[in-house]
Structures are given as C-alpha cells and as structure tokens.
Design a protein around this ligand. Structure first.
Ligand code: DX5
Ligand code: ZN
Length: 212
C-alpha cells in the first residue's frame, strides 16, 4: 500500500486553505510539513503556527519533517499544534535525541541525507515509525531526484527485513509520476511529493500516477 504524503513547501500559501482542500479531494493520504530553520539547511520555511492552521484545515495525518538543528527543543511545539508524527535528522542527533523524542508519546521517524551512511540507522530501526531517505539535498523543493537513492531504498529494505521488522521506507525530493514507479519497485511505501503535485493542473491525476 503506497502512501502519498503531500509536502506543502511549494504550495500556494496565499491560498493554503483551498490548496489543502484540493489536495485532500485529489486523494492524498497525509501532509508532509517541511520545517527548516535556516541553520541545519540553507532555507527557512515555517513553524508551529502554520501547523496549527493545518490542523484546523484537515483531519489527515500531519508528519513534521524537522530539518532543524535542535529537534528535541522544538518537537513538543509541533506536537502541541497538531503534528501526528515527528521526523528528525540523524545527522544532528546524539545518543539521547531519540529517547527524548519518544517520551513525547508520538511516532518518531528518522530522515537521512543522500550522503549519510545507511548503517548508522540499523541499530535503532526497531524504535522508528519510518525511515525517510532524502533523494535530494534538503532545503528546497523542485530539485531533481538523485537516482542512487533507488539502491539505498533496496539496501535499507533488505536490512529491515533481515531484522524481521516492517518499518516503512519513505522518499522525499524529486518524487513525481516519472520517478515514482522505480521508487515503488525499489520498496518505498511512503512517497513525499511537493512541487509535482502543487505545480500540476490535475492533482488527482498526479496522485493516481504516483500511487500507481
Ligand atoms: C527538501 C524538501 C523537499 C520537499 C518536496 O528539503 O523536503 O524534498 O519535501 O520536494 P519536491 O518539490 O521535490 O517534491
Ligand atoms: Zn521533507
């Protein structure tokens, strides 16, 4: 079962309400909030106030992708304003990051940049709600999918199966109707889509093609 997770980073914020409604009517399964602090990544996006607006606009899951240097400090604010899940970056984590995030009582996933060694996540797989493999270097929507990600998806899937787990592998960056089939075949089950959705004229068609 493929989950289409719509990234709002490149939606029309002047019409956030109608964009969320249109995406929901088009059949997206969840919303992906790309939170950027201008420090961990070279861009600044939005914070808990936007999460609060989104929470009032949809009942679908809100998954907060925290591309920030201090996820432990800010994750509670995203949960308080309605996030159903928080995803932190392994590159900024230390040994107590995951335990502290898990104390918040919500599912916690991890995200890994394209050049981060997969093995670094193997020991903590059993505790994670998902592993989000970045298929672009984080910071901006509308970038080109990095094809080496396909091998990373397959390798990670093999390790998850070897450990007897069913942690979903998700992919974020440059996912669109053209790249989606290979991503699905490689074993990813959550596809994060931003610009390919919100820049399209027919949201439902994009959802159908990406979910196959
Ligand atoms: C990168 C962001 C983007 C966004 C979706 O920091 O995380 O990947 O979610 O990007 P596109 O527009 O490529 O779907
Ligand atoms: Zn993201």
């Amino acid at each position: 079962m493929i989950e289409f997770s719509a990234s709002i980073l490149n939606c029309d914020f002047a019409r956030l309400g109608s964009e969320i409604k249109a995406a929901e009517e088009a059949g997206v399964d969840a919303f992906h909030l790309d939170v950027m602090d201008g420090h961990s990544v070279p861009n600044i996006s939005f914070g808990p106030p936007v999460t609060k607006h989104l929470r009032n606009l949809t009942k679908l899951p809100l998954r907060a992708h925290l591309m920030i240097t201090d996820p432990v400090r800010y994750a509670p604010k995203f949960i308080e304003t309605g996030a159903d899940e928080v995803l932190y970056h392994i590159e900024v984590a230390d040994s107590d990051t995951l335990p502290k995030l898990l104390e918040l009582g919500k599912p916690v996933g991890i995200s890994m940049n394209p050049d981060t060694h997969l093995e670094s996540v193997y020991p903590i797989l059993p505790k994670l709600s998902q592993v989000l493999l970045m298929s672009v270097y984080p910071g901006f929507g509308g970038q080109r999918f990095i094809p080496e990600t396909l091998f990373r998806i397959e390798t990670l899937k093999r390790e998850i199966e070897r450990q007897g787990l069913s942690v979903p592998v998700s992919v974020d960056g440059g996912v669109n109707p053209e790249t989606a089939p290979d991503i699905r075949n490689a074993g990813a089950s959550i596809l994060v889509v931003g610009s390919a959705l919100f820049r399209s004229v027919d949201y439902a068609e994009v959802v159908r093609q990406v979910k196959g």
